[in-house]
Structures are given as structure tokens and as C-alpha cells.
Ligand binder design. Structure first.
Ligand SMILES: *Cc1c(COP(=O)(O)O)cnc(C)c1O
Length: 351
């Protein structure tokens, strides 16, 4: 680890391995002047929320929290009572990587899992799970939680979302979106952010900043303002109300005011595209899902992964044996991708 810090090598393990982008860093420096009111009553926080309202072209309620787990858990808990349930994909971060935080903060709302190819939930699965039990003895489905981009690096198209909105409306489900990689989704789909959020029925979006060049900080955006009632208390109770809030909000100003959020996401996506195209030229490399955002899921002989690690590459192999996830970041370069591809090619050719 120390070695990788000193050499400054970039990895493909996760987009949170990367550092802070210049725009966020510079905004934090700009915010670091004098004394300003605490707990969000400052100009940076007002400005960041205004920029988000501009970006989404709607009058929404905006909050900032330290990380994605808290954002998801608190947003979800504001959408349901303890006797409700939350429908999400079996690979959803809320299920697999939040240590039960959604259940904890909602005082016991049950998570109902559905499977779905390439990380996406299908409308039929939602109807099926809702209709499976409609009696008083089972938690009442209340929320549909979608991840955009998904945990398998795929996307929900506008059409997918409209179909899910329809099924959600039919069953009176609210829609939560885990947007840890929302920027990558927008960059890849080439749509206005509103098209894949409130215009498709999303009630709350957890918009990730960390994985797109910020040190910390996610924005929780309520498109249905009444759902945000007393949400500030939830944040405070959960230890998520930053007292020096300007340092959580200023980076948002930095990445939003000049479009850096989209440039960085576009770079990460392009690098993943390059990685996918290059790996496809290596005989024997297989792919686990279609690349649409900044992740490539590839499969090769287990010993290849071991040797890549021995050469210092970092990546996750948590899904399927022999499967590796390569995640590109805002600062991944073509040289990084080429160096990785070079090593994979060499190891695949050595029998
Ligand atoms: C990274 C990530 C989060 C946020 O995780 P934290 O470590 O709590 O910030 C949420 N959802 C998804 C899909 C993620 O990949």
C-alpha cells in the first residue's frame, strides 16, 4: 500500500481509490477563508443546492451527507414505515454492502430481493414480488430501489425507467435511486439528468460525489418535496449533519459550475470503453456483462488474476470465480489502461 502511495500508481479496484479532482480541491481551498456559519447555513451550501436544482431543472430539496451508505439508508427510511418493505436487486449495495443500515435506520423495514440479468430489475419481477403476498402478515411493499449505473456497470435506459415507473405507480411504490455512479450514467446515456430521475418517477436520488472526484460527500435530492419533511432531523440523528458543512458542499460547487462532473464521468466511461475494446482482442478473455458505464467485468483463468495481483494491480473479484471487476476513475489515463491490458495479454498468452 505504502508503495502504491509513493509511486502514485492508479488502480482499477474502485473509483473510490482515486483522489480529489482539481475542481473539487480548488473549491475547498476557496471555501477555506474566514469564518462562516456552520451546519449548512452558509453560502457554499446554498449555492451547491441551487446548482443542483439548476442541473435537474426542478425545485427539489437537497441535503448533503458524508457517504453513500448513510444517504441510501436515510433516504430509504424516509420513504417507509417499519412495517413496509423495500424492493431491490439482489446485488444492490443497499443489500450487500451497507451492513443492514437501511433496515436499521428504518427501524426494521424488510428488504425484498429480486434477481435480474446484468444487475437490472425487470418490471415483471416487481409485480411478481408485490403480488406474491398481499396480506396483513407480510411487510407491505412501499419502495422500489434502483441503482443507476447498476452494480454490474449496466444502465437503465429512459424506457426501462418509464416501465418501472408504471409498475411502481400501479403498486403505489415510491422510487429511490442509488446514484453512486449517476454521473457515469448521465454521461453514457447522453440525457438530461431530469429524464432519468423525476420525469421517470424517481422520488429521491442519492447522487454520488465521492466516486467522481470528491473527498467525501453525497447529495440526497428529494424531487417530491413533502417526502423531505423533517429529513434534516434524520441526518442529524444519524451523525450526518456536518458542522463545517461548507467543506462538503463547496466541492459540489466546484464540480457543477463548470461541468467537471460530466467531464470526469465521461473520461471514466471512455477509459472503460478502451479497456473493454482492448481486452476483447485478447483470446480467452470473457465478459460477464455489457459495459455501459465505467466498469468492465471480465473473466479469465484464476492464475491470471493471481499474477496480476502479484504485479501490483488491484481489482475486485467478488462476483463469480475467475471474474474480475475493473473500475475506471475520473483520472484513469490511456497509459493506465494500456499497461493493464499489456499485462493481461502477456499472462493470457503464457500457457
Ligand atoms: C460506493 C457505492 C455506494 C456508497 O458507498 P459508501 O462507501 O457508503 O460511500 C452506494 N452505492 C453503490 C452502488 C456504490 O457503488
Amino acid at each position: 500500500m505504502t508503495e502504491s502511495i509513493s509511486t502514485g500508481r492508479r488502480h482499477f479496484a474502485s473509483d473510490n481509490y482515486s483522489g480529489i479532482c482539481p475542481e473539487a480541491w480548488e473549491a475547498m481551498a476557496r471555501a477555506n477563508h474566514g469564518h462562516v456559519p456552520a451546519y449548512g447555513d452558509d453560502e457554499w451550501t446554498t449555492k451547491a443546492a441551487d446548482l443542483l436544482r439548476e442541473l435537474f431543472e426542478v425545485n427539489c430539496e437537497v441535503f448533503f451527507a458524508f457517504n453513500g451508505t448513510a444517504s441510501n439508508a436515510l433516504a430509504l427510511s424516509s420513504l417507509c414505515q417499519s412495517y413496509h418493505s423495500i424492493i431491490c436487486h439482489e446485488l444492490a449495495h443497499a443489500e450487500t454492502d451497507e451492513c443492514g443500515a437501511p433496515e436499521f435506520f428504518s427501524n426494521g423495514s424488510k428488504i425484498l430481493l429480486v434477481s435480474g440479468e446484468e444487475g437490472r430489475i425487470r418490471p415483471e419481477s416487481v409485480s411478481h414480488i408485490v403480488q406474491r403476498r398481499c396480506d396483513i402478515h407480510y411487510p407491505k411493499p412501499r419502495v422500489l430501489s434502483l441503482t443507476q449505473a447498476t452494480e454490474l456497470g449496466t444502465l437503465y435506459s429512459i424506457d426501462d425507467l418509464l416501465q418501472l415507473q408504471e409498475v411502481a405507480r400501479r403498486h403505489e411504490l415510491r422510487i429511490h435511486m442509488d446514484g453512486a455512479r449517476f454521473s457515469n450514467a448521465v454521461a453514457s446515456l447522453g440525457v438530461a439528468p431530469k429524464e432519468i430521475t423525476w420525469k421517470a418517477g424517481v422520488d429521491v436520488l442519492c447522487f454520488g460525489g465521492t466516486k467522481n472526484g470528491m473527498a467525501v460527500g453525497e447529495a440526497i435530492i428529494f424531487f417530491k418535496k413533502e417526502l423531505a419533511q423533517e429529513f434534516a432531523y434524520r441526518c442529524k440523528q444519524a451523525g450526518q449533519l456536518a458542522s463545517k458543512m461548507r467543506f462538503l458542499s463547496a466541492p459540489w460547487v466546484g464540480i457543477l459550475e463548470n461541468g467537471a462532473w460530466l467531464r470526469h464521468a465521461t473520461n471514466a466511461n471512455r477509459m472503460a470503453e478502451l479497456l473493454e475494446t482492448s481486452l476483447k482482442q485478447i483470446p480467452g478473455v470473457e465478459f460477464m456483462s455489457e459495459r455501459q458505464a465505467n466498469a468492465v467485468f471480465a473473466r479469465f483463468r484464476p492464475e491470471v488474476a493471481t499474477t496480476l495481483r502479484a504485479r501490483g494491480w488491484r481489482f475486485y473479484t467478488f462476483i463469480g470465480s475467475g471474474g474480475a471487476r475493473f473500475m475506471c476513475s475520473w483520472d484513469t489515463t490511456e497509459e493506465d489502461v494500456n499497461a493493464l491490458v499489456h499485462d493481461v495479454r502477456e499472462l493470457m498468452q503464457a500457457k
